[in-house]
Design a protein around this ligand. Structure first.
Ligand code: SF4
Length: 334
């Protein structure tokens, strides 16, 4: 699909046929099973200043926390005991966790559970860290590109560049990680052309997964007064990403649930998504992981309920990349 055609779909009012087509392609390339990934938001410290995010370092209104290594490892064990085969370790860009501490956590989880996949979502770190985490057993790395428009990227991410983000994603791919990018829909200053570029960017980078959700303003950020991104536009971006990238893993994100708590994620599953990511972070911490306002908590039971509601099945597998290019290799834990 060329950029002009993507734009036509993004502008069009007739989304139903697009969703049906995406659903058909999802069935053909990914099957009916939905993969479940268990998220642990283990630290809300962040050294960055992204204009849209409540974890930005300038926000003094939230209580900052770091879970201990023991807490993280114990929680991972509990998640695995409930049948979840992928643990997502997520934090702000927090250098309070050293390369060694994080490597030890990964190694500890993998040594006891080599069959379980670990996805990291730790932001931008020195390249040496990515290698160490991979050697410790990490399988996947999620680093959303947020927007493929370099000027908008730099406006929203002071001190950061899209070029560095892309170099990092390329490097992660070289290390053998299954990589994830993804964008925010409805960012202030974003155009439909930018969204079309986002989709083409993910196709070109050949991402294994893509996290796509609407912009939701957070009250303690400079974008607090901006309107939220539209749910139907986000669903169109998801559907087009499915149609264009075919077998990329697409989570029906928590941000969709926050936009529409009743139906947002079911609509996502019906517009091409094949992954759900319930949140296992203990409530005492989770309430301070305020990347945006009113973030809904999706529990494991709720995820199963949503899958059932969408007429789909829960996958018992860990759901590696369907691209068949980047395979897990032997790690230190074996
Ligand atoms: S989006 Fe990520 S890097 Fe940016 S402030 Fe939030 S947690 Fe930090």
């Amino acid at each position: 699909m060329k950029k002009e055609e993507i734009l036509e779909y993004l502008k069009s009012d007739k989304a139903n046929s697009l969703f049906k087509k995406a659903d058909k392609i999802r069935k053909l390339y990914c099957g009916d099973k939905v993969f479940i990934r268990g998220i642990v938001e283990f630290s809300n410290h962040c050294c960055r200043s992204c204009l849209y995010c409540g974890l930005r370092q300038e926000n003094k209104k939230i209580l900052r926390y770091r879970m201990t290594s023991g807490e993280i490892i114990r929680l991972a064990r509990q998640i695995i005991e409930q049948g979840v085969k992928t643990i997502v370790l997520q934090s702000g860009d927090d250098f309070g966790f050293s390369q060694k501490t994080l490597s030890d956590i990964i190694l500890n989880i993998k040594r006891a559970n080599p069959e379980v996949a670990i996805t990291l979502c730790l932001g931008e770190r020195p390249f040496d860290d990515y290698r160490a985490f991979r050697d410790a057993g990490a399988d996947r790395y999620l680093l959303k590109h947020e927007t493929a428009n370099p000027r908008l990227y730099e406006r929203l991410h002071p001190g950061q560049s899209l070029k560095k983000r892309i170099e990092t994603l390329e490097y992660l791919k070289k290390l053998g990680y299954q990589i994830g990018a993804g964008n925010i829909v409805g960012l202030p200053g974003q155009t439909l052309e930018d969204l079309a570029e986002d989709i083409l960017f993910m196709k070109e980078l050949d991402v294994d997964m893509a996290g796509i959700g609407p912009f939701i303003p957070q009250k303690a950020t400079p974008l607090s007064n901006q309107p939220p991104g539209k749910l139907d536009l986000t669903l169109k971006v998801l559907a087009l990403t499915r149609i264009i990238t075919k077998n990329t893993h697409l989570p029906s994100t928590t941000a969709l649930a926050t936009s529409d708590p009743q139906n947002g994620q079911v609509l996502g599953l019906k517009a091409g998504c094949n992954v759900l990511m319930p949140d296992f972070t203990p409530e005492s911490y989770r309430k301070n992981y305020t990347i945006y306002d009113n973030k809904v908590r999706v529990s494991l039971d709720r995820a199963r309920e949503l899958i059932f509601k969408a007429g789909r099945l829960v996958s018992p597998s860990r759901g590696d990349s369907l691209k068949c290019k980047r395979r897990p290799k032997d790690y230190a834990y074996t």
